[in-house]
Design a protein around this ligand. Structure first.
Ligand SMILES: [Zn+2]
Length: 175
C-alpha cells in the first residue's frame, strides 16, 4: 500500500465518521466521475482505467466538500432548491427535452462553490500530501466546469475542456 492508497483509506474513514458510505467503482460513468447523494448517505467514485489514484483522492475531496457543507451549513437537512435543481438536471440527462432553467443551474453552481470552501479543511484533517497547487488547480477546474454549465446549460467537453485543464494546471504549477 502506497501513500496514495493510505490517503484514500483516510478519506473513506473520514466520510464514515460523518455517516457516509463510500463506494469506489473500477469503471467510469458517463454521467460523472463521482457523486454525493443529497440525503448525505453515500459517495460514489467512478475510477475508470484512465483515472489515477490522485484523481480518486481529488474526487473524494470534492464530494466530501458537499457533505461537510451539508453538515455545517445545512444541519444535515436537504436543500430543497438544490434538490429541485438536481432532479430537473437528472431528468434532462435522460429525456433531453428542455435544459434545466438558468436559475436552477445557478443554484447548482452556488452549491458547488460552497463545497469547495471545505476542501482545505478536509485536506488538513486527513493529511493529504498531494501538492497544494494541484489541489488548487483541481478546485479552479471543477468550478470552471460548473460556471460553463451555468452559462451554457451543458458541461464543456473534448478539446475545449482538455485545453482549459492544461491552462489551469500550467497557471498553478510552480516554475
Ligand atoms: Zn460537486
Amino acid at each position: 500500500m502506497g501513500v496514495r492508497d493510505d490517503e484514500i483509506q483516510r478519506l473513506i474513514h473520514y466520510a464514515k465518521s460523518m455517516g457516509v458510505k463510500v463506494y469506489i467503482y473500477s469503471r467510469s460513468n458517463p454521467a460523472g466521475a463521482a457523486e454525493w447523494t443529497l440525503d448525505g448517505t453515500t459517495i460514489s467514485v467512478f475510477a475508470g482505467p484512465t483515472n489515477s489514484k490522485s484523481d480518486t483522492i481529488l474526487d473524494l475531496i470534492h464530494e466530501l466538500g458537499h457533505h461537510v457543507w451539508f453538515v455545517h451549513e445545512k444541519d444535515r437537512q436537504q436543500d430543497l432548491k438544490f434538490e429541485q435543481a438536481i432532479t430537473r438536471e437528472n431528468l434532462y440527462q435522460v429525456e433531453t427535452d428542455v435544459p434545466t432553467p438558468k436559475h436552477l443551474r445557478k443554484k447548482i453552481w452556488n452549491v458547488e462553490i460552497a463545497g469547495t470552501k471545505y476542501w482545505d479543511i478536509i485536506v488538513k484533517d486527513t493529511n493529504i500530501k498531494i501538492p497544494t497547487w494541484k489541489i488548487e488547480a483541481a478546485k479552479e477546474f471543477d468550478m470552471w466546469m460548473y460556471e460553463m454549465y451555468y452559462e451554457n446549460g451543458h458541461f464543456p467537453k473534448g478539446k475545449f475542456k482538455k485545453n482549459r485543464r492544461k491552462e489551469i494546471l500550467a497557471k498553478h504549477r510552480p516554475s
